[in-house]
Design a protein around this ligand. Structure first.
Ligand SMILES: [Zn+2]
Length: 563
């Protein structure tokens, strides 16, 4: 019997498999009408390789292996894949001419190994391969209002479909940046696919997208954000960044399956321009006075409450900035870190780093000030309250409708109300209202109904502003260039607060229902956020309608008695 050498045999079998695959691809290439190439032994052009990020190349099962002028050579394992088409489209859009070859998986693996050698930073810089940042900057400079996005859209895509997709994408971002949109929404509906921007908290229709562009746009955005292309039934999250001139824009992408197709929301974050300042919050005199004292305290908890998008994180950041001057060590735990703050240690929750475990770890770092992004469970509530009682100033948020709702919320989470007096300093509540455009707002007399509500709201305002009669208010004008035809420009918070006093504590321990706590807090003489908002209506900063959109007006006393 001849002796078998296993190692030798296995190597021989592997070689035969490789040879067999090469032959197969060679045959297939001829059938499909492509040229065949074996990249083993081919000297790859590192500049060509850098044309596509490694992740994109691997996902689409291809590699750019050579380049001469604007002609680039691409080796593909399976040419008829959507990922491949997309990469080809994006290269064409960059005015490159791709020449497609077919190659084996073995060739691809061999070529991808070379990515290690390619300067990682060049590849990374080109991570935004799907659109031209300079194009976006130029488009953006020419956009003043929503109408400009629409008219530019009508000129898009005369050249080719690939160009159309890229230009639509560029325009979507250019418009959003020019108009200061916080989010871009793309939603399939019965009538068509709509693209909308969120401007100052309110969604505006921008334009309709046809089905072809929608499909390609979705795939391209998913690829950019590092999502799976074919997963159409589940929700996915991703992100990518690009830079426009000096600004670095981070895009958080969320895709959910909806009845008529996938719906995508992109949140635009611009950490470079984030400047937080307590003056920018435009707190009313009462709360401003109180916060000046609160922010000088060394221990205790400052809570801001409000629904999503009420500006509570912005307020917390502004407060953190304020204490930053004097305090030595500030650590945050957030989900996610929305803006970077200088001189502050910011951490983000992850798989093993939860709010609870993270907060315990942070306490071991001996901080003076801690910010906990949100309290959502008992463990975090108790740890945060404890930290506030043991020499730390703790900032946090609770997801409730108003300031008073924060107390029962903590109790419902399982926190002990007997610890509140020594732990909590103040509970703030807030909402954001849009500011009327100063260029086109219009003054008019208040209607009888408006006057009734204004009086009902202001009657127990602790320091009611002087009301000039007959009462006139401002409403949104027709819109102008200054406000991008929306009638509003910018937003401001309306605030309320409850300080932790003996009376509030007594109420909490006796009967922690909201109206009981509110009654106990009356002596603090702090206006409610509805009152704060109404003062802004009377000053002409915002409109009656806008305030009504974000707060609930009190009903007539007779109605209240009925319920
Ligand atoms: Zn205007």
């Amino acid at each position: 019997m001849p002796q078998f050498n296993d190692t030798f045999t296995n190597a021989r079998i592997a070689d035969l498999r490789i040879t067999e695959e090469e032959r197969l691809i060679e045959t297939l290439a001829a059938q499909y009408g492509y040229e065949y190439i074996n990249l083993r032994g081919y000297t790859l052009n590192p500049n060509a390789l850098g044309e596509l990020p490694e992740a994109v190349a691997r996902k689409a099962n291809l590699v750019v292996f050579d380049r001469h002028g604007n002609t680039i050579k691409i080796a593909v394992r399976t040419p008829n894949q959507p990922e491949v088409t997309m990469v080809l489209d994006s290269l064409t859009a960059r005015k490159l001419t791709p020449q497609v070859y077919m190659c084996s998986s073995h060739s691809l693996n061999h070529a991808w190994e070379r990515y290690k050698d390619v300067n990682a930073t060049t590849a990374k810089k080109k991570g935004t391969f799907d659109f031209d940042e300079e194009d976006i900057a130029q488009l953006s400079a020419n956009i003043r209002q929503i109408e400009d996005v629409q008219s530019t859209m009508r000129t898009v895509g005369a050249v080719s479909n690939a160009r159309r997709i890229t230009e639509t994408l560029e325009l979507a971002f250019a418009g959003a940046l020019a108009l200061d949109a916080s989010d871009i929404h793309i939603e399939p509906e019965e009538a068509g696919i709509r693209m909308r921007y969120r401007l100052d908290g309110v969604l505006h229709d921008i334009l309709d997208i046809d089905n072809y562009i929608y499909g390609r746009l979705m795939s391209r955005l998913k690829l950019l954000a590092g999502m799976t292309l074919n997963k159409k039934l589940g929700a996915q999250d991703g992100r990518f960044t690009f830079s426009i001139r000096e600004r670095e824009i981070e895009v958080r992408v969320s895709v959910i399956p909806a009845a008529l197709g996938e719906s995508i929301v992109m949140r635009l974050l611009d950490p470079s321009v984030a400047s937080f300042n307590i003056d920018k919050l435009q707190l009313n005199d009462t709360i401003s006075r109180i916060m000046a004292i609160e922010l000088r305290k060394k221990t205790g908890m400052i809570v801001t409450t409000g629904p999503t998008g009420s500006g509570k994180t912005t307020a917390l950041y502004a407060f953190l900035r304020e204490v930053h001057e004097s305090a030595s060590k500030i650590i945050t735990i957030e989900n996610p870190v929305e803006y970077r703050l200088e001189g502050i240690v910011q951490t983000q929750t992850g798989d093993d780093y939860t709010f609870a475990s993270g907060l315990r770890a942070i306490l071991r770092q001996d901080p003076d000030v801690i910010m906990v992004g949100e309290i959502r469970d008992r463990e975090v509530a108790e740890t945060a309250l404890q930290a506030a009682q043991t020499g730390h100033l703790v900032f946090t948020t609770l997801h409730t409708n108003n300031a008073v709702g924060g107390f029962p919320r903590l109790i419902n989470l399982g926190a002990d109300p007997r610890s509140f007096k020594s732990a909590i300093n103040i509970m703030l509540g807030q909402r954001l209202v849009r500011l009327l455009c100063s260029e086109c707002k219009r003054q008019r007399p208040a209607t009888a109904n408006e006057i009734t509500i204004i009086e009902r709201v202001m009657i127990d305002h602790p320091e009611p502003p002087a009301m000039v009669r007959p009462i006139s208010i401002y409403e949104a004008g027709p819109g102008c260039a200054h406000c991008g035809l929306t009638g509003y420009k910018g937003r401001v918070g309306i605030f309320e607060a409850i300080q932790m006093t003996d009376a509030v504590e007594a109420a909490l321990l006796r009967d922690p229902r909201e109206h009981v706590i509110l009654e106990a807090a009356r002596e603090q003489k702090i206006p409610s956020m509805t009152q704060d908002g109404m003062a802004k209506v009377l000053r002409g900063d915002t409109s009656f309608d806008e305030l009504e959109r974000v707060v609930e007006f009190p009903r007539a006393t007779t109605d209240v008695q009925k319920t």
